[in-house]
Write a protein that binds this ligand. Structure first.
Ligand SMILES: [Fe+2]
Ligand SMILES: [Fe+2]
Length: 366
């Protein structure tokens, strides 16, 4: 194991220039697909958002902060160093594949500026001024502020561990924020909130699994870190799921069609454009590791779909147009089809060995 305390990669304009990943990653993009009059639906829900969504924001004074879960830097030097040493002793036992999965999750959290930009581009719910008092805007700023702690906490923990190449990780974050995100939501808030419902649950599952594995490996502090973040994700999931549930009530066809559209194009993780300047398929390689060690798998994806179908009682939704009924049929029949496909593919063994820059080019099987 290499203990890197300084950046070992010399800066060069070539290495650090913001070079977008291959254009082949980016699908043709459709924008503003919601008809303008639908903005009224979101305007009419403002009171409901204040009453039913904003209570899910936790007051800052009741929130944990990253420093609460990290070695206390205000302690005398020897006590602080003792705590850092203990952290490094614990993380020394974590395997490289676990670290890759954790780094990938942390990098996803760190691209938060992109997600706030993205959510503000959703028609009818964006923050028009940057400090708008619209309940939709208050929610998205509060959500961002809560999320901001996730990357801070994980990044500092990993930095103190000395187990990962921080310079390559930081470079990946810079590339990723520079590349942006394309999750196919068309600036359409119906599709946007379907996406966030799925995505927040996916991060809840993945941070929860990272926590379980940390516990199994004896790092109880890291397990607590992951569990604490997972609890935030669960609360966020709850908010977005409530929003889609309300949309299904007030505009069932539009909401059902949005769910079907998002599921047809598959829910892509928000860090799918990640790049470290070396590996053009970094996201696929990170995802393969997450699948192999079980932090976020195809089965989790299908479980989330089934959960949302149950939670939104999609099979029971009535009052749909023909288009809405077709969408309902597609979504409600999708999980068993995906499950069958997964069973057929399950058991494949890969002989691919891959080097990850985040762990000093150590090799992992995918
Ligand atoms: Fe998060
Ligand atoms: Fe989240």
């Amino acid at each position: 194991m290499t203990m890197a305390t300084i950046c070992t990669h010399a800066w060069s304009p070539l290495q650090c220039s913001l070079k977008a990943p291959s254009k082949t990653f980016i699908k043709p993009q459709k924008t503003h697909s919601m008809s303008p009059e639908k903005k009224e639906v979101f305007k009419s829900l403002e009171k409901w958002v204040s009453q039913s969504v904003l209570p899910l924001v936790k007051p800052v004074e009741e929130c944990w902060q990253p420093h609460n879960l990290l070695p206390d830097s205000s302690l005398p030097s020897d006590e602080f160093i003792h705590l850092v040493k203990a952290l490094r002793d614990r993380t020394a036992e974590l395997p490289d594949d676990y670290l890759v999965a954790l780094v990938g999750s942390m990098i996803t959290e760190e691209a938060l500026p992109t997600y706030q930009t993205w959510i503000n581009k959703l028609d009818g719910v964006g923050d028009e001024s940057g400090s708008s008092l619209s309940p939709w805007a208050i929610w998205s700023r509060s959500w961002t502020a809560e999320e901001n702690r996730h990357g801070d906490l994980l990044k500092t923990y990993l930095y103190l561990s000395g187990r990962v190449d921080m310079c390559m990780i930081e470079k990946t974050i810079q590339y990723l924020i520079g590349a942006g995100v394309d999750v196919g939501t068309e600036n359409n808030p119906y599709m946007g909130f379907v996406y966030t419902s799925f995505q927040e649950r996916a991060t809840f599952v993945s941070h929860g699994n990272l926590g379980k594995l940390a516990k199994e490996r004896g790092d109880l502090s890291l397990a607590r870190v992951c569990g604490t973040i997972a609890a935030d994700e669960k609360r966020h999931e709850n908010a977005y799921v409530r929003i889609v549930e309300k949309l299904l009530e007030v505009d069932p066809t539009e909401a059902m069609v949005a769910i079907a559209k998002m599921m047809r194009r598959k829910i892509t993780m928000p860090a799918h454009l990640m790049h470290d300047g070396q590996d053009p398929h970094l996201f696929d390689h990170f995802s393969a590791v997450a699948q192999r060690i079980g932090t976020y798998t195809t089965n989790d994806y299908i479980d989330i779909l089934e959960f949302l179908i149950r939670r939104w009682r999609l099979e029971k939704i009535e009052g749909l147009t023909k288009e809405g009924q077709h969408a309902q049929e597609f979504v409600c029949g999708l999980a068993p089809r995906l499950r069958k496909l997964e069973e057929r593919l399950d058991g494949r063994t890969s002989k691919i060995i891959h080097k990850f820059s985040w762990i000093f080019n150590n090799e992992l099987s995918l």
